[in-house]
Design a protein. Structure first.
Length: 261
């Protein structure tokens, strides 16, 4: 039973005078008894004296659990029960929190199913998210990577969906569409730049173009050719916003690049 169905049945007009009373469905009672959202709505329908405001989520103990829901999205049932026992117990009976958790899981699945490259023009694709690097310091590295990127061998290889990563991460990889060709981007702190390397054979070399994002457009800053296993070093970068373009015979792949000092 949903929240709407429970409230509709509870607020249904009563029997007319002389009619037999209609009993409240047991399922409605069972739902409302374990649903802070439904109780909150019923409390709001009352006009409390002295301006008192009911907070059913705190009375049901939902507040602390809701702050923890994001950490449960990628976990299976057994892991949740073992590592988040209090949240598991609460979710076993609280309809409101269980509904919110289901919505979070659905949203995360939709995000995971999003294309890694968005079509922004004829044969032009742009990575979802941005690549954020800090240059010029030995401890600097990749601070954020776009959707569809995976961290390099220095870190456990795992998909990252537009999230902040450990500052010690030095490289990330991305596949160019469905070509089967991967490009590795490495933070080259010694030379205040980036190192680009092909992982896989291509029929033709890739043309790499670096553009600076300005208010008046995206002027070309540098151009390189990426071929075979020989890396390309992009040096002398300065703090700002850039676009890295990878041109092959079929499409142009663009990656947003944010550089910090």
């Amino acid at each position: 039973m949903t929240h709407t169905e429970a409230i509709v049945k509870l607020l249904a007009p009563g029997p007319r005078e002389g009619d037999a009373p209609v009993p409240v469905n047991d399922a409605v009672v069972a739902h409302v008894a374990h649903c802070s959202d439904c109780w909150q709505l019923l409390a709001d329908l009352e006009v409390p004296d002295a301006g008192e405001r009911f907070d059913m989520s705190s009375r049901f103990g939902c507040d602390a659990i809701r702050d923890e829901l994001f950490a449960l999205v990628d976990l299976d049932v057994r892991t949740i029960a073992r590592e988040h026992a209090s949240a598991a117990r609460h979710l076993s009976w609280c309809h409101a929190c269980r509904s919110r958790f289901a919505e979070l899981v659905m949203v995360e699945r939709e995000i995971a199913a999003m294309p890694r490259w968005l079509e922004i023009g004829d044969q032009v694709r742009e990575a979802v998210g941005r690549l954020v690097v800090r240059l010029g310091r030995a401890a600097a590295g990749l601070l954020e990577v776009p959707d569809g990127f995976v961290l390099g061998p220095a870190i456990a290889t795992a998909p990252v969906r537009g999230e902040t990563v450990a500052a010690s991460a030095q490289s990330a990889r991305v596949q160019l569409g469905d070509s089967g060709v991967w490009v590795e981007v490495e933070n080259d702190t010694a030379d205040a730049g980036l190192c680009l390397r092909l992982l896989g054979a291509t029929a033709e070399p890739l043309s790499v173009r670096l553009r600076e994002v300005r208010d008046d457009g995206e002027p070309l800053v540098a151009r390189y050719t990426l071929d075979g296993a020989e890396p390309v070093l992009v040096r002398g970068l300065w703090p700002g916003s850039f676009v890295v373009e990878l041109h092959d015979a079929r499409a142009v792949h663009r990656v947003r690049l944010e550089v910090g000092s």
